[in-house]
Design a protein around this ligand. Structure first.
Ligand SMILES: Nc1ncnc2c1ncn2[C@@H]1O[C@H](COP(=O)(O)OP(=O)(O)O)[C@@H](O)[C@H]1O
Ligand SMILES: [Mg+2]
Length: 406
């Protein structure tokens, strides 16, 4: 291992300073001459360069070898981790037209992002943060949805740390990223197997094992394949408080995405059954978003309400980020606001003694002001207090298509 670490350092000399610099979160190489870095969410081009395409490829071959893989004409892409834990993805020519193309996602040194910090960054309101804390304590199943780099993993880490310490947590990931500090955590990471992929373990394999290892809750770092069906099964079989992230642009799209991924399994369920399972498995979808100023915020916290008569998922926003403008420097101005609807499980919050007044779900009297108008005390059903004003970006079945295809 030491030998590889030393030679990787030598091969990566042109970008060594960025690998060391903790303010750099990503390093992107588009061929040997174009190296970009990301700092505080902003990309900038650097002067750094590799001597030649073959020097860059040699570095990538060395990294592949260090994790028992190959990168060559037969294996033209590589997913791996550097010795410091940073994730790397590589595509070589001819697919990569401008030369070997590389993205390195730096492994952040476990800077603990607490809910309080997210509130101070302006990523979430204090009330919504408190609400999420209660939802974790109540064992609600949650999906964190968002684009690449929107802050999904960071948020999942934050939520994971709120899990009561007496519970046994199993974490399954493709490449280990989550750093959930709790008393009883077991972490699994997929393995590539040998050169022929013999002995490889997928997320599905690991999830099946996880379910047999007496979990209280299971977290799947990123759901991007047929393991969606297993996570849904986990959520529906009494492992309340399970969580995962997925790539989608809105809460209802996240459910559609889970459905599409679940359909990839060898023995897919009939679509009507699948939809019913997904909508009962997932209680909340939390949408993460990267804004134009590089900030990451939670744009929606939505509850799922089942499937409508056309087979579309029904999502109802409980909290939503409302943008009010932009400063001259481009900073996004706005605030997270409640949407005037009570969660369906409000009685559960109250009966368990959590202090979260119903008023906190009331919409501001003047949109934009943070003072709450009178909440409808009896509005326990979403229909009774559904907000009438747009945008209702996440409600109801974007793109889930028609009902039963069968
Ligand atoms: N709320 C936030 N405020 C500011 N930066 C954030 C926030 N959440 C995440 N980040 C930063 O954004 C980058 C991407 O975050 P990450 O959680 O890995 O995104 P994803 O899992 O969606 O790809 C990281 O550098 C992380 O430190
Ligand atoms: Mg992530």
């Amino acid at each position: 291992m030491g030998v590889f670490e030393d030679s990787i350092d030598v091969f990566l000399t042109p970008i060594a300073e960025f690998l060391r610099d903790e303010t750099v979160s990503e390093i992107l190489m588009n061929g040997p001459d174009q190296i970009w870095i990301e700092r505080k969410g902003k990309l900038m081009r650097t002067e750094a360069r590799f001597n030649s395409e073959s020097a860059l490829q040699a570095a990538m071959r060395n990294i592949a070898q260090s994790v028992g893989r190959k990168i060559d004409a037969e294996n033209p892409t590589l997913d791996a981790r550097l010795p410091d834990g940073s994730r790397i993805h590589v595509v070589i020519p001819p697919a990569a037209r401008a030369g070997t193309t590389v993205a390195i996602r730096k492994f952040s040194k476990a800077e603990e992002v607490t809910l309080e910090k997210l509130v101070s960054f302006g990523s979430i309101s204090a009330d919504a943060a408190k609400f999420l804390q209660i939802c974790v304590a109540l064992g609600k199943n949650m999906i964190v949805s968002g684009g690449t780099g929107s802050g999904k993993t960071t948020l999942l880490n934050t939520l994971g740390r709120l899990i009561p310490s007496h519970e046994r947590l199993l974490i399954v990931e493709d490449a280990s990223e989550l750093q959930v500090k709790a008393d009883h955590v077991v972490c699994f990471e997929t393995t590539a197997g040998n050169f022929e992929r013999v002995g490889a373990l997928t997320i599905r394999d690991l999830l099946r094992s996880a379910m047999r290892l007496r979990p209280d809750r299971i977290i799947v770092g990123e759901v991007r394949g047929p393991e969606a069906v297993d996570l849904i099964a986990v959520m529906n079989t009494g492992h309340g408080g399970s969580m995962g992230t997925t790539h989608a642009n809105s809460p209802s799209d996240a459910l559609v995405r889970l459905e599409c991924l679940a359909m990839m399994s060898e023995t897919p369920l009939p679509v009507t059954a699948l939809r019913r399972q997904i909508s009962s498995a997932v209680h909340l979808v939390i949408q993460a978003k990267r804004y134009s100023d590089g900030s990451r915020k939670i744009s929606h916290i939505s509850q799922t309400l089942g499937v409508d008569e056309h087979g579309n998922y029904r999502c109802q926003d409980l909290f939503r980020f409302v943008q009010k403008g932009k400063t001259a420097e481009g900073k996004v101005l706005g605030a997270m606001e409640p949407c005037g609807v009570l969660p369906t499980f409000m009685p559960e919050i109250e009966v368990n003694g959590y202090v979260f007044p119903r008023m906190k779900f009331a919409r501001p009297a003047v949109p934009g002001a943070q003072t709450a108008a009178a909440a409808k005390p009896g509005a326990a059903t979403p229909a009774a207090a559904a907000p009438a004003t747009p945008p209702r970006s996440s409600s109801s079945g974007t793109g889930s298509g028609q009902g039963n295809a069968a």
